[in-house]
Design a protein around this ligand. Structure first.
Ligand code: ZN
Length: 298
């Protein structure tokens, strides 16, 4: 049994309408998911509307949402607020104790990995504040994938087309959605747990750029379809989720209060889907799927 957690920043379940770039985007399966519409998605994926507000007033934000997803601790309820950007010291403390990578390591589930690429600049000029995932990976003492790994077909950049890397002067070639999908699928086949993160959706949502949003969502859907086609779904569970809504409503530049879509494919999908209600359920569902002996026989 293995699990892929595919994280998409800023993707909520919105209403249909001209504000929603997913409305009318017929070639963007499995992503067109709308409020109050029950739907099945490709390859019998189960869509679970997932609460990102976590019982605390205000708009859900990235640092608190991502820390919650990666630890199973309801961070807004624990600290009393949502926090944008990067985790503060209280959140870093939670990550250092409860990181999903650390929980799996303690349970003897190895190897685990973060599929994303870090540039040399990150190591040379370590930023003062780091993402929830960077902290979660470091908590378990795992190594990061580099641009050399990417060139060797062993890492995927968060913008999997490599466009952002090329803009920053890295000497890498562009990648199609399908090429990136097959690299990710290979990483998944070599690990018990793989995390992949994609952030362009949140960026485009803040920019309220309809044209860019539709292009990005189509391309992201191609990547997801390619990834699902390359993975052995009989022995792998694929869980897609997000930290808060944003791109599904371009009438506002803010995050939304919408639920986010968690989509579960493959092994144990019913069981995993049935125990997810909020972002705090993602890590426990993964740890449970990978540690329960019964799961291996299902
Ligand atoms: Zn944002």
């Amino acid at each position: 049994m293995s699990v892929l957690l595919f994280f998409i920043d800023g993707l909520g379940i919105g209403a249909r309408g001209p504000q929603n770039p997913l409305d009318g985007l017929d070639d963007a399966e499995p992503l067109p998911i709308f409020r109050d519409e029950e739907r099945k998605t490709i390859l019998d994926g189960i869509v679970v509307p997932t609460d990102a507000r976590l019982g605390i007033e205000g708009r859900p934000q990235s640092a608190s949402g991502q820390t919650t997803i990666l630890t199973g601790v309801n961070v807004p309820a624990t600290l009393g607020y949502h926090k944008q950007g990067f985790p503060n010291s209280a959140m870093l403390e939670i990550l250092r104790e409860h990181s999903i990578f650390l929980q799996l390591k303690r349970a003897g589930i190895e190897p685990t990995t973060f599929a994303n690429t870090y540039t040399q600049k990150f190591f040379d000029e370590r930023p003062r504040w780091v993402s929830a995932t960077t902290a979660a990976v470091e908590a378990a003492g795992l190594s990061f994938r580099t641009v050399s790994d990417l060139k060797a077909g062993k890492a995927v950049y968060q913008d999997f087309t490599n466009a952002v890397l090329i803009e920053r002067g890295e000497e890498v070639g562009p990648r199609s959605a399908e090429e990136a999908a097959s690299v990710l699928a290979r990483i998944v086949s070599q690990n018990r747990f793989t995390l992949y993160e994609y952030f362009i959706t949140d960026k485009v949502g803040h920019a309220q750029d309809m044209q860019a949003a539709r292009t990005v969502l189509r391309n992201l859907a191609r990547m997801i379809r390619g990834m699902l086609a390359g993975i052995d779904l009989r022995r792998t569970s694929v869980i897609l989720t997000s930290d808060h809504g944003n791109i599904e409503d371009l009438s506002s530049r803010n995050h939304t209060l919408n639920a986010v879509p968690t989509i579960v494919w493959g092994a144990n999908k019913d069981r995993i889907a049935s125990r997810i209600e909020t972002l705090a359920d993602i890590t426990p569902a993964i740890v449970e799927a990978l540690t329960e002996k019964a799961a291996a026989h299902k």
